[in-house]
Design a protein around this ligand. Sequence first.
Ligand code: ADP
Ligand code: MG
Ligand code: ZN
Length: 559
Amino acid sequence: MIAEAEKYLKEYFGYVQFRRGQKNIIEKVFEKQRVLGVMPTGGGKSLCYQIPSLLLDGLTVVISPLISLMKDQVDEINEAGIPATYINSSLTYEETEQCMKDLQNGEYRLLYLAPERLEHQAFLHKIKKVPISLIAIDEAHCLSQWGHDFRPSYLTIPRFLDFAGRNISVLALTATATPQVSADISRALSISEDNVILTGFKRENLTFSVIKGQDRDSYLTDYIKKHREQAGIVYAATRKEVERLHHKFTNENIKAEKYHGGMTAENRAVGQERFVYDESNVMVATTAFGMGINKSNVRFVLHAQMPRNIESYYQEAGRAGRDGSESDCILFFSPKDIHTHQYLIEQSRLDEPRKEMEYNKLRQMVNYCHTEDCLQNYILKYFGEEPKDTCGTCLHCTDDRSLKDATTEAQMVFSCVKRMRERYGKTLVSQVLTGSSNQKLRQLRLDTLSTYGLLKDQSQKQVNEFIDFLLAHQYLQLIEGAYPVLKLTNRALHVLKGKQKVKKKETLKAKNVDKENPLFEELRKERAVIAKQQGIAPYMVFSDRTLLDICAYLPADKT
Ligand code: ADP
Ligand code: MG
Ligand code: ZN
C-alpha cells in the first residue's frame, strides 16, 4: 500500500518524495494502529491523513479546531482532486442534513469536523451509519491541559473513538508537544509508546535572532524595506499595536495588510487574500493570524513583542519557510513585554497551579531572549530534544565575538544574592551592587552591604542585563510570588567555590567613573570602623561564615 501512497503523492500533490516521518506515520495508519505524529509546523502533517484517505475503504474524519479555516482547507483539497467536505456551526441545518446524506452515500473521502459536533446526539446517530477507516486529530495538543491551547471540547474525542468502534486507525498530530503534552495525548487516546513518531523539531532553514536595545520601529521598517521582494509576517501583541505598525509601514510606502480580531471577517479575508497571493509585502497581525494558512513562501516572521511562551513563539515563527528555503525569525525583546504577560496571567481565571505553569513558561521565554547559546538548540531542548550540534546560523552561532571570562563579576552577584538571604529581586540586588543612593538600602542587613558598590562602575541597567544572562544560563533562578525573588542554583555555588567559570560574549564594561556617592562613602567608613574595633581586615567585616572562605574577591582594596 505504501507504494501506492507514493504514487498518489506525485499524482495528487506533485511531490517527489515523502518528508521525514510521513512514510512511517502513513504505514502505521495502514496497519490500523493508533499513532501520534509530532512534526514541526510546516513539516507536512496534513498529508499524513490526506493520502491514506484516498486508499482506505471507509471515510477519513479529521477533527480540527480551526472552524474558520475549514472551508478554505476543504476547497484546497477538492482542488487537488480529493472529494472532501466539512461540518461545523457555520452550516445551516439543511446543509448539514444534505452533507450527512452525501456522506452516507459515500460521496466523500474526507470529512473535516469541529470537535463540538462530537457532543451532538443527532450527529452521532447519523455518522454511525457511515463506515469510518481513519480518525485524524489535528492540533492534538488541544487535548492536554498542559498544552498552550487547551480546548475542553477536545476531551470528548476519546469517547468518540470508543463510540466509533475498534477497527479504526487513529492519527493524532501536533507541532508543539513537550514530553508532558505528548504523554498526555498518548494516555488520553491509548497510543503506545512505540507509536509516537517524532521527526524532531529542528527547522534547518530558519535563522533565529533576538534583538534587544534597538529602536523597534526603525529596525522593523528598515528590515522590511530591505526585503521588499519577499513576503513576511509581523506579529504584534495587541490590536492597537497592529493598527499602529500597519499605519507606520503604510506611511513608509510598504505594501502591508493587517489582521486582528477587531476587524470584520470580510476585511480580514480581503487582507489575507492579498497577502497569500503575494500582492502585499507584509502582513501585520495578532496571533489570530496564521493557523492553517498555507502560504509556503513566507521569508520572514518578525515579532514586535515577545510571545508568552516558547510553544507559541515556535509555532508562529515556524510559519516562515514552509517551502524549505532560508528564512528569518526575528524576535524583538523589551522588558515591558514581560510585565504585560505577567499582568495577563494574573488577571486570567486560571487556577493557581495553571498560573504557576504559565509563569514558568514565560520565564523560559524570557530566558530565550537572554541566552547566549544557540537559539535553535534552546528551543529544541525546551521540547525535550538533545541536539548534537549547534545550528550554525542563528544570531549567537554567527556572533564571532570571543567569549570572555566573567567569573569574578558573577561571583560578586552571587555573593550579593546570598547575603541578601535570597529574599530580594533583581532591582534591589543591582542597586546594592552598583552602590545606589536609594535610602531603602539602609534597611538591609550590614552583611549585605559588604557587596555594596562592588560593581559601582556599572549602570544599574548593565547589571540588570548581566543578571538576566545569569538567569538564562541557570546560575540564578527567579522565584515568583508577590515579588519575584532571586535564588542561587547549584551552578552558582560551583562558581562561588571557584570550581566553574562563567563565560560571556561581552563582559560588563567598566566605565571607570568613581561615583560620588555619599551613602557609599559612609558605608566604607562604617566598615572601616567595625574592622578596627574587631581587629580584622576590613573585607572580612560583613562576611557570612559560609562564604568566608570562598569569596576571595571581597572588597579589601576598596576600603
Ligand atoms: P503542517 O505540518 O504545519 O500541518 P502542512 O501539512 O500544512 O504542514 O504542510 C506544509 C507544506 O508542506 C504544504 O505546502 C504541503 O503541501 C507541503 N508538503 C507536505 N508534504 C510534502 C512533501 N512530501 N514534499 C514537499 N512538500 C510537502
Ligand atoms: Mg497543520
Ligand atoms: Zn545556533
